[in-house]
Design a protein around this ligand. Structure first.
Ligand code: ATP
Ligand code: MN
Length: 252
């Protein structure tokens, strides 16, 4: 069998504008230039249309030349409310003491960096989260959860018959790893921030997570567990009361 000649670097290289499948007016020029640099670094062939646009960020799938996908989270706004939240969560957080939180751009970048750091800490501790790849200014690149650029469903989006005891146990186990090994509390955990792929729970959206020994952390963990328990109990799953879980996690 004869092999086809490999494409040269020049043939592979596309015009920068071809990188973007959909022209997205929310991407400012600086972000656009950064996305081009990141594409070169990660061998990205194209960015696809946004799969979500939340209050603070958008997520875009990025396809590489070898048909792998990344999830690219771009932080693009900072509402008054989120500015307060960023300050609340970063001022007094020793990990971010050297970060200046004065102007809006810096605040947005801090939020991206914080999510990257939390993802890294969780990933290294063995929590099932998207693997963090890189962060640059307001752009965070992570493992894509799903297949062929099609994202996996959120826990919220599953059919009732897909919501099983095994799934509950798996999620509680992930929260236990998060608490005991990563020593972080998510702080916004619910059926909207858990993706389910291959019957396994992936915890996402961790920008606001805080160390377990911080003020209010136990209260937030309790709220996270209450949210999960409420969701699964509604679906007829046998849940463990939050108080018992807190004792098992060694924080009560
Ligand atoms: P929202 O305000 O809608 O919650 P957000 O700004 O909090 O958005 P995320 O929750 O991190 O952002 O992500 C938004 C959505 O993007 C998720 O609900 C999920 O559908 C999708 N998503 C997030 N991370 C990934 C990933 N790694 N792989 C695939 N899809 C993802
Ligand atoms: Mn979210």
């Amino acid at each position: 069998m004869t092999e086809l000649p490999k494409k040269t670097k020049d043939e592979k290289r596309r015009k920068d504008e071809d990188l973007f499948k959909v022209v997205d007016s929310t991407i400012d020029y600086r972000t656009y230039l950064n996305l081009i640099q990141i594409a070169r670094r990660l061998n990205i062939e194209e960015y696809l249309g946004a799969i979500s646009s939340g209050k603070e960020a958008r997520i875009y799938p990025a396809k590489t030349f070898d048909n792998k996908y990344y999830a690219v989270k771009i932080y693009y706004t900072s509402t008054a409310q989120s500015k307060r939240a960023i300050k609340k969560y970063t001022v007094g957080d020793i990990r971010f003491e050297d970060v200046k939180v004065t102007n809006t751009k810096q605040l947005i970048n801090t939020w991206a960096k914080k999510e990257f750091k939390n993802l890294s800490r969780l990933y290294e501790a063995g929590t099932r989260v998207p693997k963090p790849i890189l962060v640059y200014e307001n752009i965070l690149v992570m493992e894509f959860i799903g297949e062929n650029g099609l994202r996996a469903p959120l826990l919220k989006e599953l059919n009732d018959e897909e919501i099983t005891q095994e799934l509950y146990d798996d999620l509680i186990q992930q929260v236990e790893i998060m608490t005991k090994r990563a020593k972080l509390v998510h702080g916004d955990l619910s059926e909207y921030n858990v993706m389910v792929y291959d019957n396994k729970c992936y915890i996402i959206d961790v920008s606001q997570a805080i160390p377990i020994d911080y003020e209010d952390a136990i209260m937030l963990l309790k709220r996270d567990l209450d949210n999960i328990n409420r969701f699964f109990e509604d679906k007829g799953i046998n849940i463990k009361p939050t108080e018992e879980l807190l004792i098992e996690f060694g924080v009560s």
